[in-house]
Design a binder for this molecule. Structure first.
Ligand code: IMP
Ligand code: MG
Length: 179
């Protein structure tokens, strides 16, 4: 049953799982015998991260970070750390896992932050990419699906903290975000 607030399903659970398997295989091949630290950005990455790490056949470590962007004041793109990494990443290869690259500001800041913390290499795995909205030039090395310029929810993505648990990516009906 599709949730009543969803206008249409863009990507099904089966498609996500199949694509995640391919991404896991690419990551496994690319990192060869390395032991990357896989860093999920809370909370949107959680369902994708859970699926993806099961498909990576390497000895990895996982960690999580929660950042929020400053509104108004600070220089654009800067992020505030709500929850920092638990362990040092000095000299480590880091794979950031995110739900979507939209304007690109969040990931640009987080990537920079990882290098500042001493990472030797930083790459990005994202479930979704919305290239039409990009404000800063950044690409994910591992991208699940490109989505059109529509507000999507499910599989980790929310609207006002809701819909993260939907097992598919769907477009929210307009009446649900416009009063
Ligand atoms: P960026 O810094 O603009 O790339 O921000 C990306 C963040 O905005 C993501 O981690 C999401 O939390 C949120 N976001 C962007 N587009 C959507 C969307 O269509 N649905 C839900 N959240 C979104
Ligand atoms: Mg997010």
């Amino acid at each position: 049953m599709i949730h009543k607030d969803i206008g249409k399903v863009l990507i099904t659970e089966e498609e996500i799982i199949a694509r995640t398997k391919e991404m896991g295989k690419m990551i496994t091949d690319d990192y060869a015998e390395e032991e990357p630290v896989v860093v999920g950005l809370l909370k949107g990455s959680v369902p994708f991260m859970a699926e993806l790490i099961k498909q990576i056949r390497l000895d990895i470590e996982i960690d999580f970070m929660d950042v929020s962007s400053y509104v108004g004041t600070e220089s654009e793109g800067d992020v505030r750390i709500v929850k920092d990494l638990d362990r040092s990443i000095v000299g480590r290869k880091v794979l950031i896992v995110e739900d979507i690259i939209d304007t690109g500001k969040t990931l640009t800041s987080v990537k920079e932050l990882m290098y500042k913390k001493g990472a030797s290499d930083v790459r990005i795995a994202t479930l979704l990419d919305k290239p039409s909205r990009r404000k800063v030039q950044i690409e994910g090395e591992y991208v699940g699906f490109e989505v059109p310029n529509e507000f999507v929810v499910g599989y980790g993505l929310d609207f006002n903290q809701k819909y993260r648990n939907l097992p598919y990516i769907g477009v929210l009906k307009e009446e649900c975000y416009k009063e």
